[in-house]
Ligand binder design. Structure first.
Ligand SMILES: *Cc1c(COP(=O)(O)O)cnc(C)c1O
Length: 386
């Protein structure tokens, strides 16, 4: 069955996945091998050495390509390794224009590692795409978008970014980690490359670190494939198996993440101790209209502040939870909380954090797939303690 004809909820289970040709095994086997027998030099079954290609990884990559409506997918040992791989197609003197509220790890990779190689980075607010054009110069080669953003849940108009990229002949990369391919398909909106931290929703069980790049263009795929093979930050077959297993329930998990996220966002908004709630599903969210147009639903990520904005209250709250677990990361079946001001955004000054919409009392939730009544009861008892 051609993957293009399948609907999303079928693709997660079947796209790129056939019974194992050697044994008929229904589940993709873990090909724990570094190398492959050749009949004669160069005569092989399509695999030579696992840095270039591995059968378990190949099935996962074909599946990921289908989920993002792309032709080519490449996996890496982490989301950051995927980001690193796409940056390697740039050369000294090139410039990248990025949203100013991007993932902290990407910001670190750009400014601390790649700026050493004379690649320049400009960070701009992408809330209004017209203003982004002012940042583009002759040297600009890549546009970097993330939507929704962390932890403020801003929404960036991907279609508008794609128009701008086309006009100036830039490669548009979209970090689609927060949305997952269930909620949003950037290639359909005109992006050139989709980047994923598979560690989050795609893996979905907080047990694997992995990243991916997906694209349609054959030349771009050749370049990315060359980087993957040459620098070799590839995932192992066990991890590929775990992700294939996780993806089979992506649609079910995402449905529940969205349902629980919506219920909790609305409940928090009505709570007397809560200040504001960031969630793109609210009509008054500044880019609600774009979120509605480019996403299938609003996701399970949200953040909220406390009235009075006391850091002490936020800390008390975070240590009062029984179900929500205080931890980095997101997108797993279990609900997590984190405190951006002291965790992900600690390197910014308090003033810069406030400018970026991250007050000291801001708490980010990755709403899991537990019974939503248990989650709300946990929030209620914790809020009662502050
Ligand atoms: C986690 C994350 C990354 C980095 O991925 P790793 O798998 O942790 O290396 C990149 N972008 C976003 C939005 C993330 O949440």
């Amino acid at each position: 069955m051609a993957s293009k004809k399948m609907r999303f909820n079928t693709k997660v289970i079947h796209a790129g996945i056939e019974p194992d040709p050697a044994t008929g095994a229904v589940m993709t086997p873990i090909y724990q091998t570094s190398t492959y027998h050749q009949e004669a030099p160069g005569v092989n079954k399509g695999f030579e050495y696992s840095r270039s290609s591995n059968p378990t990884r190949k099935v996962l990559e074909d599946n990921l390509a289908a989920l993002e409506n792309g032709k080519h997918a490449f996996t890496f040992g982490s989301g950051m390794a995927a980001t690193d791989a796409i940056l390697r197609i740039l050369k000294s003197g090139d410039e990248l224009v990025s949203t100013n509220d991007l993932y902290g790890g990407s910001y670190r990779l750009f400014t601390k590692l790649y700026s050493k190689f004379n690649i320049n980075f400009k960070f701009v607010s992408m809330a209004e795409m017209e203003k982004v054009e002012d940042a583009i110069s002759e040297q600009t080669k890549m546009l970097w978008v993330e939507s929704p953003t962390n932890p403020t849940l801003n929404i960036i108009d991907i279609e508008a970014a794609a128009k701008l990229a086309k006009k100036h002949n830039l490669i548009l990369v979209v970090d689609n980690t927060f949305a997952s391919p269930y909620l949003q398909n950037p290639l359909d909106l005109g992006a050139d490359v989709v980047m994923h931290s598979i560690t989050k929703y795609l893996g979905g069980h907080s047990d694997v670190l992995m990243g991916a790049l997906i694209c349609n263009d054959d030349k771009l795929a050749e370049d990315i494939g060359f980087v993957q093979k040459s620098s070799g930050a590839v995932p192992g077959p066990q991890d590929c198996f775990l992700v294939l297993r996780g993806i089979k329930t992506l649609h079910l998990r995402m449905e529940r993440h969205c349902e629980n996220g919506a219920a909790i966002a609305k409940w928090l908004k009505a709570h007397p101790k809560v200040g504001f709630v960031n969630w793109p599903g609210f009509e008054e969210h500044p880019n609600h209209r774009i979120a509605k147009a480019q996403m299938r639903d609003f996701g399970g990520m949200l953040s909220f502040s406390l009235k009075g904005n006391s850091k002490e209250d936020a800390f008390k709250l975070m240590s009062s939870f029984e179900l929500f677990s205080l931890a980095e990361s997101l997108g797993g079946v279990e609900s997590l909380i984190c405190h951006p001001a002291s965790m992900t955004h600690a390197s910014l000054s308090k003033e810069d954090r406030e400018k970026a919409g991250i007050p000291d009392s801001l708490i980010r939730l990755s709403v899991g797939v537990e019974d939503v009544n248990d989650l709300i009861e946990d929030l209620e008892q914790a809020l009662n303690k502050v």
